[in-house]
Design a protein around this ligand. Structure first.
Ligand SMILES: [Mn+2]
Length: 190
C-alpha cells in the first residue's frame, strides 16, 4: 500500500495544501510565507525521510501556522492508513549545540500532548512561540497521536525549537518504519 496523501483546506482565513509520501527520501518544497516555519518543515522532511510539499497562505500568522498543523496532521493520519506493520512507537533525543530535545510518540489513534519546549515568550525569527505550540497541538490532534515533546535544557530559542523539530522528525521515522506485517495492537486495530 502506498503511504501517501494530499489534503487541501480552504477557509475564510487560510488556504493550505499539503502532500506527503511517508516512504520518501526527505525531499521538500515548502512555502508557508514564514521563513522560520519553512526552515522547520524542511528539516522535518529531511530528518523523517518523509517527502513533503507544503503551500500555505492566509490572513494571520496564528491562523496559518495552526492550520498547517491541522492539515499536516490529517495528511499523516490518512497516509499511515491501518498502520499495518509499523513500529507504532518512536522516540529520539537530539542535541543542537547547548540544547537537548526529547520526543516520544505513539501513533495510537488518540490525541495526547505533553509539550515543554522551555521557550521564552518572545518571537522566534518571524513566528511567535505560541504559534509553534499551536502547530504541535494541531498536529497531534489531527494525526491522532500521543506526542510528548520536551526540551530538557538549552539557551538559544532557535536551537531549542530546531532540536525539538529534529527529535520529532526522527521519532516519526522510527514510529513509521515497517517492522512486521501485523497491526501493532493487542486489540487488532489502531
Ligand atoms: Mn537553524
Amino acid at each position: 500500500m502506498k503511504r501517501t496523501s494530499k489534503v487541501t483546506r480552504k477557509t475564510a482565513e487560510t488556504n493550505i495544501s499539503i502532500e506527503i509520501n511517508i516512504d520518501g527520501t526527505g525531499t521538500s518544497e515548502i512555502d508557508t510565507g514564514f521563513k522560520f516555519m519553512d526552515h522547520m518543515l524542511t528539516l522535518l522532511a529531511k530528518h523523517s525521510g518523509v517527502n513533503l510539499k507544503v503551500f500555505a497562505s492566509g490572513d494571520l500568522t496564528h491562523h496559518i501556522i495552526e492550520d498547517i498543523g491541522i492539515v499536516l496532521g490529517e495528511c499523516f493520519e490518512k497516509a499511515v492508513g491501518e498502520k499495518k506493520g509499523i513500529n507504532r512507537y518512536g522516540y529520539y533525543f537530539v542535541t543542537m549545540d547547548e540544547s537537548l530535545a526529547r520526543c516520544v510518540l505513539d501513533f495510537s489513534g488518540r490525541k495526547s500532548l505533553i509539550l515543554d519546549l522551555k521557550l521564552n515568550e518572545c518571537n522566534i525569527e518571524d513566528v511567535a512561540v505560541e504559534d509553534v505550540r499551536h502547530f504541535f497541538n494541531s498536529f497531534a490532534e489531527n494525526a491522532k497521536m500521543n506526542l510528548h515533546l520536551a526540551v530538557l535544557y538549552g539557551e538559544d530559542q532557535h536551537h531549542k525549537i530546531e532540536a525539538a523539530f529534529k527529535a520529532f522528525a526522527k521519532a516519526i521515522k522510527n514510529a513509521l518504519t515497517i517492522v512486521s506485517d501485523d497491526i501493532p495492537s493487542s486489540k487488532g486495530v489502531l
